[in-house]
Design a protein around this ligand. Structure first.
Ligand code: PBG
Length: 329
């Protein structure tokens, strides 16, 4: 594989000038590679900073224009909506998930009315923003029930799709839900709704700030290790993806991002399907805090995002996606 020998070959020759480095760059990032998560909140004229996530806000629906206009102007293809649900709307079954006037449903309608198909909308399918215990499904004796949870997730999926959601992203990790959701969508003639499966979602310590942002942190009792994946495993990730692709997923997600780029790479090379990476809230906050404290420079963001691309990710969900003009060279 070695194509030459010093002194005939000097790899530094092509690094000498910026134009040459640009010309020979093996990977590039642009706005089209990004999905921007947006946190929703009730009320009017509200833009509320999230303490554990520097420069990330929650928006009331009537203020969504501010962030959507920015996303569309910078050519971000899709946003992901996450609701902050007030405690009084939560119950043990996550019933609010099936309310057609819940925050997510109203936001989808608002965006589709005003922006049509100028930007894609992705929504999580999972019950954790809506349950009193903060788990993604129905809890019995401390265990999240699989099949019973799927029945609710199907209805949540159909509702979000009927409201106009373009991409459903089941993030719950129940076995078999992709197949059941796909079948239900087909039956309701919602054949073009895409499924982005959080196929490989690890029980991670990096989700803390997100749970704070959607208000499920205080609610959550225990951890999610009986349904999210064990971070010691690779083969299991491959099996999860194989199942979800067979069941009808259009794209698969690996989550968190940076600690799992090895997983992104193996999945991409084995399956040749679209693989998305989620740079999760904990990764975002660690990096942002280090930059704010001047421990590292802000160029580290670009370097971090590039690692996903190098590993083979087709798109990156990132809380930095609304500031790409300051981040990409
Ligand atoms: C909920 C969900 C979580 C994230 C996205 N969807 C948290 C969790 O599973 O507890 C995490 C995203 C982030 O940390 O940025 N199913």
């Amino acid at each position: 594989m070695i194509t030459g020998k010093y002194p005939n070959l000097r790899l530094r020759r092509s690094r000498k000038n910026s134009w040459s480095r640009r010309l020979l760059a093996e990977n590039n990032l642009s706005a089209s590679d990004f999905i921007l998560p947006i946190f929703l909140m009730e009320g009017k004229n509200k833009i509320q900073p999230i303490k554990s996530m520097p420069n990330v806000n929650r928006y009331s629906i009537n203020k969504l224009g501010i962030i959507l206009d920015r996303a569309i102007k910078s050519k971000i293809p899709m946003v992901a909506l996450f609701p902050y649900t007030s405690t009084k709307l939560k119950d043990s079954l996550g019933s609010e998930a099936l309310n057609e006037n819940n925050l997510v449903c109203r936001a989808i309608r608002y965006i589709k009315e005003r922006y049509k198909d100028k930007i894609g909308i992705m929504c999580d399918v999972a019950l954790d923003p809506y349950t009193v215990h903060g788990h993604d499904g129905i809890l019995r004796s401390g265990y999240v029930l699989n099949d019973e949870t799927i029945e609710i997730l199907i209805n949540q999926s159909l509702l979000q799709a009927q409201m106009g959601c373009d991409v459903l992203a089941p993030s719950d990790m129940m076995d078999g839900r992709i197949g059941r959701i796909r079948k239900a969508l087909d039956k309701e003639n919602l054949k073009n709704v895409q499924l982005l499966s959080y196929a490989v979602k690890y029980a991670s310590n990096f989700y803390g700030p997100f749970r704070d942002a959607v208000g499920s942190k205080i609610a959550l009792k225990g951890d999610k290790k009986t349904y999210q994946m064990d971070f010691r495993n690779i083969d299991e990730a491959i099996r999860e993806v194989a199942l979800d692709v067979k069941e009808g997923a259009d794209m698969v997600m690996v989550k968190p991002g940076l600690p799992y780029i090895d997983i992104i790479k193996s999945i991409k090379s084995k399956f040749k399907v679209p693989v998305f990476a989620y740079q999760v809230s904990g990764e975002y906050s660690m990096l942002s805090n280090a930059i704010n404290k001047k421990i590292i420079g802000k160029e580290a963001i670009y370097e971090n995002l590039m690692s996903f691309k190098r590993a083979g990710a087709n798109a990156i969900i990132s809380y930095y996606a609304d500031r790409l003009n300051e981040i990409l060279p």
